[in-house]
Design a protein. Sequence first.
Length: 460
Amino acid sequence: MDSVDRSTQQRAERRPVSAHVIHSLGVAACMLGSSVLWVCGLATACTSSDAPIADTEVNGHASALVSAARAKPAPAGPGYFIARRDLRRCVAPICGGFFVSLVNKATTPCVDGSAQAECYVAELDLSGLGLSPDDEAALQGAIGINTSEASVVLVGQIQPKAFGSVGTFGQFVARSAWRAAKPVTLSGTFYGLKDSGIVCITYPCPSIAEAKLNTSQVQNIHGVDFTQAPGSDADKDAAGNAIFSGEGLVATGTNSVIRRAGPAGAATVLNISQYFRLVTPSAAPLQWFSTCGDPVCRGWSGQSGLPLCTTQAEGQACDSTGDGCDPKSDCNSVLVCADHDPKQSGCPISSRRFKTEIHYLESAELAELAQSVDQIRLASYVYKSDPHAVRQLGFIVEDNAGTPAVQLERSRVDLYGYTSMAVAAVQTQNKRVAALESEIGALRAELALVRESAESCQQP
């Protein structure tokens, strides 16, 4: 660390800081040499380097870093974990899962109530991370067989999960994940790093909040040194910027104190041996997707308000989110440019926000539809175009013209309307049944009174 021991001002003179100034924070982050990140004061005041981190100063994912560091996890509670694969050969879920352990802790509370060096979990639940199937598989694939070279830090908790008659095993439910660009042998302590919110008029400045993960220990430090950390200069620059961006950074390493680091005196620097960036969902490529269209296909209306499609086709790449065109679909479905399928929530679209002139049917209208259902003549038939002459069951549209169950102009049954008519019939029948049950109840009560009166008359 001889290069770090030299004065801050000498190193600042050797390398300009313009490429590393973060103007939006009101401070400058200076990469001195090739890997030491200092925060050089540009503001007009400086708070004490011993000032605690207030909860109101913690934002975004960096908030989780400090909050989780302050809260000692309860048994099977939330915390920061590393994991390794279980290579034992036996039937799942008894084997084949993962072993997880709390960082900075000698033992981890397991689902059976015991405290072990590591706990077996039958599966990892990464659904809460919002990752694509490919990204989720890549994250699981980054978990190796040795925690001493762990390249993934998981934030979450161990929960019990029943696996049928086999028994109950642990399941790790992840809230977030942090991943290293390159696995190396870990050394030092796990810390969470974020902007402390402190700005100074001189240096060194205690502008980085350092939280020892899974403990309540938090302090402000003056800089981080990436000299021994893996990765390119660009990787290290991005990691340093993450500290101040609200994302935060998870890192392993050891602290050292540099005497006479600058006009403000000594500096505490974290010598980073490994660092982990927050895993976020990757943006899917833009492509053309079809929308749900009308609940019932009644033919193209030409009322989408979009230009007609020319060469656009579903599944092809597109350029701008929100672009759209009209392919003249019989169901009035259009094409939209998006990174996900708008039909993922299901079709047809029946939400109130997509409808107008909503009118709830009165009892008389329901009764009229129920009567129409009673009058539908069911028939069996064979389609003329069917070479196999398979007999079908249904009705003939000409026999039921004028009902919501028929699209006579297109010689089709309106299945949505037909189903709604059936619902009306069921509701009407239910009302009739309820009325009959009430009448029967009243008759039974009246009959009981008659019987009681008759029995009293027969008494001497």
